[in-house]
Ligand binder design. Structure first.
Ligand code: ATP
Ligand code: MG
Length: 262
């Protein structure tokens, strides 16, 4: 069973269709790269998966559980929406760290807020908070940031901030980690360090959806590639199929424009 099934997602803003009949599935432990020109709907797709936008049509199924079905709208229950969001983690282009908190505090914050909802929180507060701190320290270690835990965002490079943001997303143990152009705001030398972290997550079989303009990286790391244009998936397949045996004219022209510019 795929970990994620996206079925016939539609989304319009005002009367403009931004996503049209988007369907794909993703197996556990695989990395999906989403590529496509500006305005093709990539960010909107990730926002729909993360419940930051509500699709107008379609279904989102995770681990066989229907999290969203436009034909059977659930009542607006905030606790339920929050629980559904936890299946997905999101790393944005702009790292969006809280400037007043250290790297470690940024990574711990959401887990602490969630822990406060636990029925055993009052009783086991100290142990729960220690567990959260240990996990956050481990994650920052994995991001090679052990010496930076107590630094504030303004004391960190963009690449370091983005690695904190990745640790923060991992802290909630998402089933699927989504990246929206994680390196577009970074200088080339900092891009490499963030891509290395994402590659090591792929090696550890983290299930990921990566929107990227780094074609060589997508080709190298992804198990499956989706090419979007004008709100539709015009081509999808293995990296070999999409990059080396391109069938669709729009994909071909996008890739050749890309090759010329890089
Ligand atoms: N909240 C919104 N309200 C109205 N229109 C929106 C909104 N969000 C996105 N759009 C429009 O939806 C279309 C798709 O936008 P989206 O940001 O998903 O594209 P993208 O593929 O991520 O582009 P880019 O590569 O530039 O990030 C665009 O035409 C955009 O202007
Ligand atoms: Mg975008």
């Amino acid at each position: 069973m795929p970990i994620l099934e996206v079925q016939n997602i539609h989304k319009s803003f005002d009367s403009t269709e931004v996503l049209r009949d988007i369907s794909f599935s993703l197996e556990r432990g695989q990395a999906l790269a989403v590529i496509g020109s500006s305005g093709s709907g990539k960010t909107t797709l990730l926002r729909c998966l993360n419940f930051l936008e509500t699709p107008d049509g379609g279904k989102i199924i995770v681990n066989g559980e229907t999290l969203f079905d436009a034909d059977a709208p659930a009542g607006r229950n905030d606790a339920e929406t929050r629980a559904k969001r936890l299946h997905f983690g999101m790393v944005f282009q702009q790292f969006n760290l809280f400037p007043q908190y250290t790297a470690l505090e940024n990574v711990m914050l959401a887990s602490q807020l969630l822990a406060e909802q636990r029925p055993d929180y009052k009783q086991d507060r100290r142990a729960i908070l220690e567990g959260i701190e240990h996990h956050a320290i481990d994650l920052l270690d994995q991001m090679s940031l052990s010496g930076r835990m107590n630094h504030y965002p303004h004391q960190l490079s963009g690449g370091q901030q983005q690695r904190v943001a990745i640790a923060r997303a991992l802290a909630l143990k998402p089933d699927i980690l989504c990246f929206d152009e994680p390196t577009s705001a970074l200088d080339p030398e900092l891009t490499g360090e963030v891509l290395r972290v994402i590659r090591s997550l792929a090696d550890q079989h983290m299930t990921m959806i990566i929107v990227t303009h780094e074609m060589a990286f997508a080709r190298d790391v992804a198990d499956h590639v989706v090419f979007m244009d004008g709100g539709v998936i015009v081509e999808q397949g293995t990296p070999e199929q999409v990059f080396a045996d391109t069938q669709n004219e729009r994909t071909r022209s996008f890739l050749s424009r890309y090759a010329q510019n890089s």
